[in-house]
Design a protein. Structure first.
Length: 203
């Protein structure tokens, strides 16, 4: 069993920004205004004092110059989460502070398809889950690290992943026939039937 940790790249951006800021602070500490006979406008005081008062500009931007807003995301309680795990999200569950879903497959081919599909959606959403990958299943784990809990981001991505992975064109009555489910050579996803009312989901 593999554990694939897909950490959000924004963490690297944040670290790089902090490193750049620290280097700038050290450089500014060595800079002083020119000394004039009368001290000039600066009065001979270090330039760094003036510049450091404006360092909050760096604190609020990343290395690409984009604004970083203070985290105000709502973190849902376990009770609130359970209330939302209905309908399309009925096969998702909470365990150890993570919103989870186990997708069962027919084998390695199907497993890799699920991993690639989730990877595409996560990158498009810019919100990255952790994945546990085995021969015939994939466990998706969602949490908003910056908020230290489960937020609307996790529910939004879970909904998108669920509709994408569980899509069965053959059930829609449209022009697409869907994967031939009666032939083992082509089956790759084990689609989940709706849960009985009150049934619990788990690993």
């Amino acid at each position: 069993m593999w554990h694939i940790l897909c950490h959000c790249p924004i963490r690297s951006v944040s670290v790089a920004s902090q490193a750049a800021e620290e280097a700038l602070r050290r450089a500014l500490h060595r800079v002083r205004a020119p000394q004039g006979a009368s001290g000039g406008a600066s009065g001979g005081r270090p330039v760094v004092g003036h510049l450091q008062r404006n360092m909050s500009v760096i604190d609020r931007t990343n290395i690409r110059g984009e604004a970083i807003m203070a985290n105000t995301e709502k973190v849902y309680s376990d009770e609130e989460i359970q209330q939302r795990l209905v309908g399309p999200l009925q096969h998702w569950y909470v365990e150890d502070g993570w919103l989870r879903r186990k997708y069962r497959t027919e084998g390695w081919k199907g497993t890799l398809m699920v991993v690639n599909a989730v990877g595409h959606l996560a990158e498009a959403a810019w919100h990255h889950p952790d994945l546990t990958v085995s021969y015939a299943f994939v466990i998706v784990k969602l949490k908003t690290h910056s908020a230290k809990g489960i937020t609307d981001k996790d529910f939004a991505l879970a909904s998108k992943i669920e509709s994408f992975i569980q899509w069965q064109p053959a059930t829609e009555g449209g022009p697409l026939e869907g994967t031939p489910s009666g032939d083992q050579r082509f089956r790759y996803i084990k689609y989940d039937a709706p849960k009985a009312e009150g049934a619990a989901e788990g690993g």
